[in-house]
Design a protein around this ligand. Structure first.
Ligand code: NAD
Length: 302
C-alpha cells in the first residue's frame, strides 16, 4: 500500500483518486470545492482539512488541477501560504497529471527537485470515461528511476503508460497529439460540409474515407455528423465528449510551444484561432466536433 495525496478532485481527479482507493492505496484528498470532497469521501478517500495537511506524510503527491498557474502556485505557495514542496517530506514523488505548458511543467519539475523531491509530468488522454474506467493513456516526462517509481500507481488509473523522455516531454507528447487532433477534426468537418454541397451523402463519404487515406480518429470515432458512428457526440447534440473549451486550451498550449520553438506550424496556429472563436461562442461546453456547425453556418450561399 502506498500513501498518496491527491489534490484536485474534479471531473478527472475525482474518479482517478477513487480508483487508487479501490485498489487499496491510502488516498488523502483535498479540493476547495465541497461537492468534490463529498463525492470523494463516498469513494473511500480520506479528506484533509487543506492541501498542506494532505501532503505532510505521504510517499506520492498527485495534482490534477486546471492550469499550470494552479500547479506552480500550489507547489510554491505564496507569502501567506506554505507551498506543497515545503510541506512534504524529503524525497516525495510529485506527479502532475494536469495538462499544462511544456515550460510550466519544466519549471514545476525544477522547483520540486530543488526542494529535495522527485518529479514527473504525466498528462492524460481518455477523458472522464477513461478516468472512471481506469483506462487513461499517460504520457510521462521523468528520469528512468522516477518513471519506474510512478509506473505502478499510474497503471492503476491507466491502460497505457508511455515514458516519453525527461522533464516536460510528457506534456510535449500531449500537446503534439492534441494539435493533430484539433487540425484533423476541422479537416473532417470541412470535408463533410463540402460533400454536402456537392450532393454526397454523409454515409457514402464515411464509407469511402474511413477505408481510405482520410481515415483518422476524428472521422471513425468522433464523426462530426450523426449517423455513421452511433456513439459519436454528433448523435447527442454535440454533448461532450471533449469540450470546445478544453480543445481551445490545449491548442493555446500548442501555440505557446510553437512560439517557444519557432516552428512554422501554420495549421496549428490556425486551428487555435478557430477553436478559440468556437469556445468564445457557444462551443465552450459543446463537443469540439461541433465545429462543423460553425463551418456550415459560415459557408457562403452557393
Ligand atoms: P475540473 O475543473 O473538473 O477539476 C479541477 C479541480 O481542481 C477543481 O475541482 C478545483 O476546485 C480543483 N483545484 C483548483 N485549485 C486547487 C488546489 N490548489 N488544490 C486542490 N484542488 C484545486 O477539471 P478537470 O476536467 O478534472 O481537468 C483537470 C485537468 O485535466 C486539466 O488540466 C484538464 O485540461 C486536464 N484534462 C481534462 C480532460 C477532461 O476530459 N476533462 C481530459 C484530459 C485532460
Amino acid at each position: 500500500m502506498t500513501s498518496i495525496a491527491f489534490l484536485g478532485l474534479g471531473h478527472m481527479g475525482g474518479p482517478m483518486a477513487a480508483n487508487l482507493a479501490t485498489a487499496g492505496h491510502r488516498v488523502i484528498g483535498f479540493d476547495p470545492m465541497p461537492k468534490a470532497l463529498a463525492t470523494a469521501r463516498e469513494h473511500g478517500i480520506e479528506i484533509a482539512t487543506d492541501s498542506i495537511t494532505a501532503v505532510a506524510d505521504v510517499d506520492i503527491v498527485i495534482t490534477m488541477l486546471p492550469t499550470g498557474g494552479h500547479v506552480i502556485a500550489a507547489y510554491q505557495g505564496d507569502g501567506a501560504h506554505t507551498g506543497l514542496l515545503a510541506a512534504a517530506k524529503p524525497g516525495t514523488l510529485f506527479i502532475d497529471c494536469s495538462t499544462i505548458a511544456v515550460d510550466e511543467a519544466r519549471t514545476a519539475h525544477d522547483l520540486a527537485l530543488a526542494a529535495g523531491h522527485r518529479a514527473a509530468d504525466a498528462p492524460v488522454s481518455g477523458g472522464v470515461v477513461g478516468a472512471e474506467k481506469g483506462t487513461l493513456a499517460f504520457m510521462v516526462g521523468a528520469s528512468d528511476e522516477d518513471f519506474e517509481s510512478a509506473r505502478p500507481i499510474l497503471e492503476v488509473m491507466g491502460g497505457r503508460i508511455v515514458h516519453c523522455g525527461g522533464s516536460g516531454l510528457g506534456q510535449a507528447a500531449k500537446v503534439c497529439n492534441n494539435m493533430i487532433l484539433g487540425i484533423t477534426q476541422i479537416a473532417v468537418a470541412e470535408a463533410f460540409v463540402l460533400g454536402e454541397r456537392l450532393g454526397l451523402s454523409h454515409q457514402a463519404l464515411f464509407d469511402v474515407a474511413s477505408n481510405a487515406s482520410g481515415q483518422c480518429w476524428a472521422l471513425t470515432t468522433n464523426c462530426p455528423v450523426p449517423g455513421p458512428v452511433a456513439t459519436s457526440p454528433a448523435n447527442n447534440d454535440y454533448e461532450p465528449g471533449f469540450a470546445g473549451a478544453l480543445m481551445s486550451k490545449d491548442l493555446g498550449l500548442a501555440e505557446s510551444a510553437i512560439e517557444l520553438t519557432g516552428v512554422d506550424a501554420q495549421l496549428g496556429r490556425h486551428a487555435r484561432e478557430i477553436y478559440q472563436a468556437y469556445a468564445d461562442g457557444d462551443g465552450a461546453r459543446k463537443d469540439f466536433s461541433g465545429i462543423i456547425n460553425t463551418i456550415r453556418a459560415q459557408s457562403a450561399d452557393a
